[in-house]
Write a protein that binds this ligand. Structure first.
Ligand SMILES: *Cc1c(COP(=O)(O)O)cnc(C)c1O
Length: 406
């Protein structure tokens, strides 16, 4: 495999690094475009904000889902029109609102935030057009809402919007994402269907049609060996049919889906080295370069393995499932042994695998860890122990290796 040779070559230069394969990203983008031709997709920047990744995705006409002012600045470099940048985050300050209202579409996350936008619009003496994020009266599993720090409860939104004078703030869009990493396409489909119905209810309340509707996210990727791919062919057919019907009375509405991991999750591999090996009281330790401070997610996954199962829910995006990362030597030996893989930091629980059967490892061996494209580098405490930031390298579809941001 070509990338194996590349990994080997880069591993002679870097002690540890991420390698992103653009082909994997393009394949995912093309799948989405093909299966959902009427959907405008947004890339959720917080998932992986590497500049080469952003450039690759935005070249393909995706919009941006941003969660901070800094992310708005980051995506502007790729020439996105403000109407293609959607700023959704809980707790936006007056300063955030003031600095963003001309550069992105603000998705209001609370009633007091709408009031702040209204105040700002009055001061400016202009109308600000916004979207609102709703915390719906249903979930992927059931009818009935659940408490959330995100969005405005559906009933509160309806009550509030019924009396909102749109002179200063006009609600032109809606989104209702509440879940990540769903693998059951029928649950996603049922959820999206209810979001369409919710949009109609909001339109009736505000007295006019919406310009955009963000159905949410949810589409997951298989991580552990018992996971299966989401059936996007089936989901695409269902969603397209619903969009066709919805557009009969709303020919100009933009229907959006916002995704992070589906696009980049599988594109990344983390590559590191064995730097030491020792035994202690009968246990064999293999010490790897930059683990807790290089790729945190597999470490967190090991911690979760030891915790109570009931505490394992809602730990996204730090934790998806146990056994979600494949760990292999780049050049496996025939003989196996039982080892514990740890990082070289001064943290006792810097462990990515305990007592696992692995091909025998030697000092200097190169190790690869899979599923390192989403919430990986961005969620790793790289300042810990002052060990420095781990490199991120981008392998383009044209075979170019970009060792620095473009
Ligand atoms: C982070 C985020 C996403 C992306 O989730 P993925 O599981 O990575 O696809 C989508 N929508 C919102 C509102 C988010 O905050």
């Amino acid at each position: 495999m070509e990338t194996k040779y590349l990994m080997e070559r880069l591993a002679t230069k870097y002690e540890s690094f991420y390698l992103y394969d653009e082909q994997s990203i393009i394949t995912q983008i093309n799948t989405l475009k093909k299966k959902f031709p009427s959907v405008d997709f947004l890339y959720s920047v917080k998932c992986n904000s590497n500049e080469n990744i952003l450039s690759s995705i935005f070249k393909n006409n995706f919009g941006a889902g941003v969660s901070s002012l800094a992310e708005i600045q980051a995506v502007k470099k790729y020439g996105l029109h403000p109407e293609k940048i959607f700023y959704s985050a809980p707790g936006k300050s007056m300063k955030d609102l003031q600095a963003s209202y001309q550069q992105a579409v603000i998705i209001a996350d609370s009633i007091s935030e709408i009031e702040r936008i209204k105040y700002l619009a009055k001061v400016l003496n202009e109308q600000i057009r916004i979207g609102i994020k709703i915390n719906p009266n249903f979930t992927y599993e059931n009818d009935g809402g659940v408490p959330s720090k995100f969005g405005i409860d559906e009933d509160d939104a309806v009550r509030y919007l019924a009396t909102l004078d749109e002179l200063y703030v006009k609600v032109v869009g809606m989104q209702a994402n509440i879940k990540s990493q769903e693998l059951d396409c029928s649950k996603i489909n049922r959820y999206y269907k209810k979001v369409f119905q919710l949009a109609e209810k909001i339109e009736l309340t505000i007295g006019h049609k919406l310009d955009f509707l963000n159905l949410g996210s949810g589409i997951g990727i298989p991580c552990s060996p018992d996971d299966r791919d989401v059936n996007v062919s089936w989901l695409g057919t269902e969603v397209e049919e619903r969009i066709t019907n919805f557009k009969i009375n709303r020919p100009k509405i933009k229907i959006m889906i916002m995704l992070g991991r589906f696009i980049v999750g599988k594109s990344g591999t983390y590559i590191t080295h064995v730097i030491d090996k020792k035994t202690s009281h009968g246990k064999t330790y293999v010490i790897l370069q930059n683990i807790v401070n290089g790729f945190f997610k597999p470490v967190f996954s090991e911690w979760m393995k030891k915790s109570e199962p009931q505490n394992r829910i809602d730990m996204e995006p730090f934790f998806t499932k146990v056994n979600s990362f494949e760990i292999h030597p780049l050049k496996p030996q025939n003989e196996n042994e039982t080892v514990t893989l740890v990082g070289n930091s001064c943290m006792p629980n810097d462990v990515i695998a305990e007592d696992i059967d692995m091909p025998k490892l030697r000092i200097g061996d190169v190790i690869t860890i899979s599923n390192a494209g989403s919430y990986s580098s961005v969620l790793t405490p790289m300042q810990f122990s002052s060990m420095g930031k781990v490199q991120e390298i981008f392998f383009t579809v044209d075979g170019e290796v970009r060792e620095n941001p473009s």
